[in-house]
Design a protein around this ligand. Structure first.
Ligand SMILES: C[S@@+](CC[C@H](N)C(=O)[O-])C[C@H]1O[C@@H](n2cnc3c(N)ncnc32)[C@H](O)[C@@H]1O
Length: 314
């Protein structure tokens, strides 16, 4: 097992290699992760080999949710100079031709319940939601137990927090002692088990569902859409933010099924590989041809809300 850091710098012009020590780096968000060594069976991946890796979609999704929540992230900072730098950063990035920063949405994570589907072992969006974005409850799910062990290991490597004080009468407390990030084995094709978990742990009232690179097989599209709607069945104002690598099998089927009955697609945002949007690839991944292939690419982020949601979207 090899440890590395995934760093989300405030400005991100450096596309390759670890970021250099600049003034901007002092305000970077950084996560500690581990990389599986193929020789080590104790941290080998789940059944299909996709679970333990870090995929570019999850990095793109993570960067997007950081940008959505930057006011929260920098909120504690009353230092005027730092605030000015932050505003400069925002203005500077308005000219980023590779991504229209004006369509960074205002979906705040502070105090919210976040669920990630198909989180994989890295679960980067879940880690960020817990460590940096002020989520009240973070629920990471996948269908491999070993993958969920990896998530819990990553929790120990990072400054995760749980602001869930269980004052909400409507929410039964998670198992005692409350885990910082709750992990559940949720298989999109196993409705019975999903219903048991929903009844036991109130899993169907998330404010935000996150998913990265979970569409690559048409047979899984309908079960995934059903799982999303089931997991949001008690929260009609929730959002689904999903990042996918362009060209994956099943994407058009997913978009059609999502909007057929339940949801409205409120955003579709292209993020191209030639942009400076992806944070620098950690050097340890850059040197690994397979890891590099998983990291780079062209991606799209889609955002959905219930058709009957009361939220109006600007
Ligand atoms: C390409 S990986 C993406 C992992 C992670 N989201 C990321 O971007 O780094 C796809 C993930 O979907 C999960 N997955 C695939 N089929 C699933 C199913 N039927 N139910 C739940 N999770 C599933 C896999 O275990 C794997 O973690």
């Amino acid at each position: 097992m090899t440890r590395y850091q995934l760093v989300f710098p405030k400005t991100n012009n450096n596309h390759k290699g670890t970021s250099s020590e600049t003034e901007e780096d002092h305000e970077a968000i950084s996560l500690n992760l581990f990389k599986s060594d193929s020789s080590s069976c104790s941290i080998s991946s789940g059944n299909d080999g996709t679970a333990s890796a870090l995929w570019g979609s999850s990095v793109v999704l993570s960067k997007y949710i950081i940008m959505m929540n930057d006011d929260y992230y920098y909120h504690d900072n009353v230092d005027q100079e730092r605030n000015d730098k932050h505003n400069n950063y925002k203005n500077k990035n308005k000219n980023n031709k590779n991504m229209d920063i004006d369509i960074i949405d205002n979906i705040q994570f502070q105090g919210k319940t976040i669920m990630e589907l198909g989180c994989g072992g890295s679960a980067v969006p879940s880690l960020l939601s817990s460590c940096y974005l002020g989520a009240k409850r973070v629920i990471a799910t996948d269908f491999h137990s070993l993958t969920l062990d990896h998530v819990q290991y990553h929790v120990t490597m990072n400054p995760c927090t749980n602001t869930n004080n269980n004052n909400n009468d409507d929410l039964r407390p998670p198992p005692s002692p409350p885990p910082i990030i709750e992990t559940y084995k949720i298989d999109w094709e196993d409705t019975d088990n999903q219903n048991i978990l929903i009844d036991t742990y109130d899993l169907n009232q998330s404010d935000i569902i996150l998913a990265a690179d979970v569409i690559y097989d048409t047979t899984l599209v309908q079960p995934l859409v059903n799982t999303i709607s089931r997991m949001l069945s008690r929260c009609r104002d929730s959002r689904v933010i999903i990042a996918m690598k362009n060209g994956r099998t099943g994407i058009s089927e997913f978009r059609t099924l999502m909007t057929k009955e339940y949801f409205t697609e409120i955003r579709s945002i292209d993020v191209f590989d030639n942009s400076s949007f992806l944070p620098p690839i950690p050097i340890i991944l850059e040197n690994d041809i397979i890891a590099r292939g998983r990291y780079y690419g062209n991606f799209t982020i889609h955002i959905y809300q219930w058709k009957e949601s009361k939220i109006t979207f600007d």
